[in-house]
Design a protein around this ligand. Structure first.
Ligand code: ZN
Length: 443
């Protein structure tokens, strides 16, 4: 194997990384730009850095995305990155300022260091180093910079409407080794227009198994005795009662305990709200949704998961939010039809809220085989490729996978306080990306 990355690449990469980490590029309301002026600025700055490295660049006139390209040829190889970040959260939990990149104990600390500015710069400098090594590209390599990844993916959706799609590529926005399968994501809202004597709001987000669900109203004592009978955890307050569950990410919902379903199981002894009955009789305490979908599982990506994530009951309307992650070889229409049929039987109206198609690139394709071989040679780590219920930009194009840059020993600090990446890991990722890009786009 060649050694492409030299000290000068590491130093320059770190400098440029610090530059782009200094932009607080989280989503903000703005009249002139789609996602806020800081996002616009980091996009422009990254394209400026790209030009310095020898890329040709393009920015969407409206500011939804930009890209940087090198090489000649018919085929287009994509590196799918994002420059937006999540907000810093509680500043008191940070030991340094989230947008003043700090080097300490061998780490670079700043919001975006792990997700996704560090990996982005690592991949850009990897290609620069391969070019400095005198290699010639046999296809075009395009770094596509999205800026709405942490929210609604409007950047890449627009890119796909207007621009050329890649024939192959990877997203440096996950963990090593290769994520070759990501389950399909379908989020549904079930509605019913019925009158209710009370208000109830439970569940914070569609991608989380609800930790608690609180009822306030006339049946608190009755519910308490039902909860006892079922041996469910709860907290009793004067006017209300809170059913306790266990919160996990929706993609791992079989490992959680759904407080909304448990509340429905006891509240239906008093109330015949259609959504509550649906939860009790169809969803049940079963995060695989067996009663609605039957046994849904495939060899490539495992089981379907079904999470009743949010419930809103008010005097005029009830809305139940359901998050489903389904195996990669299953059709979306199969899942949608089953849920729709069950919902209609229960008297509920079905509305699609969000959908992201699954990702699946078979293990025996040159893309996955090459990336796995490079990773294994460079690290000696022989763990198998990954199947995930999460979502990366790799899903936005055919024949793309997620690849790094988080190494298995690294702590996942993305989205949390003191987000950081070890410099050693940054340089190792550069080294892996350089060899991968060399194999896939030069030879
Ligand atoms: Zn990310």
């Amino acid at each position: 194997m060649k050694k492409f990355i030299q000290e000068k690449h590491q130093e320059a990469a770190l400098d440029d990384l610090k530059t782009i980490l200094a932009y607080p590029s989280y989503l903000q309301e703005d009249d002139e730009t789609p996602f806020g002026k800081d996002i616009q600025a980091v996009l422009e700055k990254t394209l400026e850095i790209s030009e310095k490295l020898g890329f040709k660049t393009y920015i969407d006139p409206e500011g939804y995305y930009g890209y940087a390209e090198m090489g000649e040829g018919e085929e287009l190889f994509a590196v799918l990155c994002h420059l937006d970040v999540v907000p810093p959260g509680n500043l008191k939990l940070w030991d340094s300022k989230p947008f003043e990149p700090t080097i300490k104990d061998g780490f670079i600390i700043a919001r975006g260091s792990q997700d996704d500015k560090g990996p982005t710069i690592a991949a850009m400098y990897a290609l620069k180093a391969v070019m400095d090594g005198g290699e010639t590209l046999n296809k075009r390599v395009r770094f596509i910079f999205g800026v709405d990844e942490e929210n609604l993916w409007r950047c890449l959706n627009r890119y796909n409407e207007l621009e050329e799609k890649a024939t192959m590529g990877f997203a440096p926005d996950s963990t090593f080794p290769v994520t070759y399968a990501e389950k399909g994501l379908l989020q549904i809202k079930l509605h019913s227009k019925e009158t209710s004597s009370y208000r109830l709001e439970a569940g914070d987000a569609m991608n989380v198994v609800p930790e608690d669900a609180t009822y306030e109203g006339q049946w608190v004592d009755d519910l308490e005795s039902e909860l006892k009978k079922n041996d469910y955890s709860y907290e009793r307050h004067e006017q209300s009662i809170t059913v306790k569950g266990k919160s996990v990410h929706s993609k791992n919902s079989p490992q959680g305990i759904n407080a909304i379903v448990r509340l429905a199981n006891v509240l239906t002894t008093k109330d015949d709200n259609k959504a509550l009955l649906f939860l009790r009789d169809y969803v049940k305490e079963d995060a695989r949704g067996l009663n609605i979908f039957g046994e849904v599982e495939d060899e490539a990506s495992g089981i379907l998961t079904c999470n009743a994530a949010t419930l809103s009951i008010n005097p005029e309307e009830t809305i139940l939010g359901i998050d489903i992650r389904y195996p990669v070889t299953v059709e979306k229409s199969f899942i949608g039809d089953k849920l729709k049929a069950a919902a209609e039987k229960a008297g509920l109206i079905y509305e699609e809220y969000d959908f992201i198609a699954p990702l699946y690139v078979p293990l025996d394709t040159p893309l996955v085989e090459n990336l796995m071989a490079v990773y294994q040679k460079k690290t000696g780590d022989m763990q198998p490729p990954i199947v995930s219920g999460g979502a990366t930009f790799a899903r936005t194009m055919e024949n793309c996978v997620a690849f790094g840059a988080q190494l298995p020993h690294a702590e996942a600090t993305l989205h949390g306080p003191n987000e950081r990446m070890a410099l050693e890991d940054l340089y190792q990722a550069m080294d892996i990306y350089a060899e991968a890009l060399y194999r896939l786009t030069c030879q």
